[in-house]
Design a protein around this ligand. Structure first.
Ligand code: ADP
Ligand code: MG
Length: 556
């Protein structure tokens, strides 16, 4: 099997440009104005990966990438142009071919549903998704911590809502332990959750949760499976789109082993309309994206951004994109011209080629290409006719989609949501229990009642004290074990491995740990740290939780 993907060549097959599979995890960029050939280029590259046994994930924003599932037809409008182009660039292997595909849809309409649990997403990403203020973020972190401590699984949005209602009911009690837990903050989170629900996100939180192995699959012919995410509707909720993709990358990052630079990637990601990932993203989220993109390379995952304007990609991310295909850009406005200059400057120059001028002159299906060479350095930029894909260019019919979904390897594994006993049901049961208990004690004599209430209160206080003691002890043990593991890992691995621990999902447990430690200090007077801020009413735990969150986002 070839160890490169032919991207195209100059006129008459001169100077062929090939993507080295060994360097395909060094990420890439496909840029260009609308209608210049980005999607067709992407399709060509995805086909190359699939043929080489590399599974892919593509976000299908316009529905036109679904055509990857079908062989191109000799009656298609593009057929003549494509076969002429294949001959021109010397692609003797070009023919109509389909690709093994799996369709996914967060809303469960145009593909298999993708779900995750609230716990898996964690308070950090969820705060981003809900656009919470710092104070609200602290409260959400406390809700996650309590759920963890009290054995209440947070699976779906109903669980989160029930947990938050519970937190609001205990706001006064919690405020004495954790610092400011206001009903206003809880109310604001609840409203944000309602809005999220109205965007259809309730489909996304639940079980069965996505098994990443279903993504990283090859078919019986050894071709990599192409996972197509229906993202058209998702585009209306850019925050959900961005958070979902970041969650997926973080998940992969955590699940996959360190492989350095493998012979070919384990998986390649293609994010169309990539600017949506970055538009209005808070600095902390940008840092997180930058970090995940940088680190995931060593897990053998390549990330390819597709965007109209290369300036849409923040410098720190753009600087990591080794393989570049730049289609034509317009140069009408000053911003256009700045983009052209910026794009031109990112290329390794080639004597005799005026890159900035060429960018505005490129024809459809033509691009300036600079791919990493076998020694890892970028090749001098080359004006390239892009080789055509063999699959259909454009969408598929609903009927075709239905058949493809029903006959793929995923089957009905995810089709039915499972609502197991979790926080919502457990909290409802608790409320019922305490209502029954209240009725009982009402029936008893008044004196007895007071005595019982007092005894209950004493028992509760004692339980709370023991629970805190246990939590502190457990968390100390956990922290020590983590420190030991960290020390071993730091010795064995490169510096990036240390940062792995900051992945979003671990946020909940580490916040829990540190919050609990802080409670221990407060309750037992074992420490003096920032006591003044607690007495000044700033909400010690809230601020601690926030500073931990801040640290996590900064990669610690
Ligand atoms: N490599 C190519 N060879 C021949 N024609 C192409 C090529 N790339 C694009 N085209 C033509 O241009 C049209 C638009 O391309 P497309 O990839 O959808 O643009 P974009 O994604 O940048 O908006 C295609 O439908 C096809 O007809
Ligand atoms: Mg397109």
């Amino acid at each position: 099997m070839s160890d490169v993907i032919l991207i195209g060549s100059g006129v008459g097959g001169a100077d062929p440009q090939a993507l080295q599979l060994r360097l395909a995890n060094r990420h890439g960029l496909i840029a260009g104005a609308t209608g210049t050939g980005k999607t067709v280029t992407l399709q060509r590259i995805v086909e190359g990966f699939s043929a080489a046994g590399v599974p892919c994930f593509v976000a299908d924003v316009k529905g036109d990438l679904a055509g990857l599932a079908m062989a191109g037809s000799a009656t298609a409008k593009t057929y003549a142009a494509f076969s002429a182009r294949a001959a021109e660039v010397g692609d003797t292997d070009w023919r109509s071919r389909d690709n093994p595909t799996q369709f996914w849809d967060l809303f469960g309409e145009q593909g298999h549903p993708i779900r995750t649990t609230a716990t898996e997403m964690g308070p950090l990403l969820l705060s981003r998704l809900l656009d919470l203020s710092e104070a609200q973020e602290g409260v959400l972190a406390i809700a996650f911590h309590l759920a963890d401590e009290e054995g209440l699984p947070l699976i779906d949005l109903g669980d989160l809502q029930a947990m938050l209602a519970n937190v609001a009911g205990r706001a006064a009690e919690l405020t004495t332990t954790y610092g400011n837990v206001t009903k206003q903050s809880v109310g604001a989170i609840q409203r944000a959750l309602l809005q999220l629900r109205s965007q259809g996100a309730e489909h996304f939180f639940g079980e069965p949760a996505l098994d990443l192995d279903d993504f990283i699959a090859v078919d019986d012919k050894g071709r990599g499976v192409v996972n197509v995410l229906a993202a058209d509707k998702l585009m209306a909720s850019p925050q959900l789109y961005a958070t979902f993709l970041l969650w997926l990358l973080s998940e992969l990052f955590e699940a996959l082993p360190e492989v350095g630079d493998p012979d070919k990637p384990k998986l390649c990601f293609f994010f169309d309309e990539a600017h949506l990932l970055f538009d209005n993203a808070p600095a902390a989220l940008l840092t997180k994206i930058e970090q995940v993109v940088r680190l995931i390379r060593s897990k053998g995952v390549g990330v390819y951004f597709i965007t109209q304007n290369p300036l849409d990609i923040p410098d720190k991310v753009a600087g990591q994109l080794g393989n570049r295909v730049q289609h034509a850009l317009r140069a009408f406005t000053p911003r256009d011209q700045a983009a052209v200059r910026a794009a031109a400057e990112t290329f390794r120059p080639r004597p005799g080629l005026d890159v900035a001028a060429a960018i505005t002159e490129l024809k459809v299906g033509e691009a300036l290409v600079s791919l990493l060479q076998p020694d890892g350095s970028p090749a001098p930029v080359a004006r390239t006719l892009i080789a055509p894909p063999g699959s259909r260019v454009g969408p598929i019919t609903p009927e075709e989609r239905r058949v493809l979904i029903e006959t793929d390897a995923i089957g009905d594994k995810y089709d039915q949501a499972v609502d197991r006993e979790s926080a919502e049901e457990m909290l409802a049961a608790k409320t019922q229990e305490s209502a029954a208990a209240a009725a009982e004690s009402k029936a008893a004599g008044a004196a007895e009642k007071t005595a019982a209430a007092q005894a209950k209160e004493d028992a509760r206080a004692e339980r709370a004290r023991l629970a805190v003691e246990r939590a502190v002890q457990r968390d100390q043990e956990r922290a020590e074990a983590a420190a030991r593991r960290e020390a071993q890992r730091a010795q064995a691995n490169d510096p990036w491995a240390k940062m792995a621990t900051s992945a979003a999902r671990s946020a909940s447990s580490s916040i829990g740990r540190q919050v609990a430690n802080e409670i221990g200090r407060e309750v037992f007077g074992g420490g003096t740290r920032r006591r003044s801020s607690a007495s000044s009413g700033g909400g010690l735990i809230g601020s601690v939780a926030r500073s931990i969150l801040g640290n996590l986002l900064r990669g610690r």
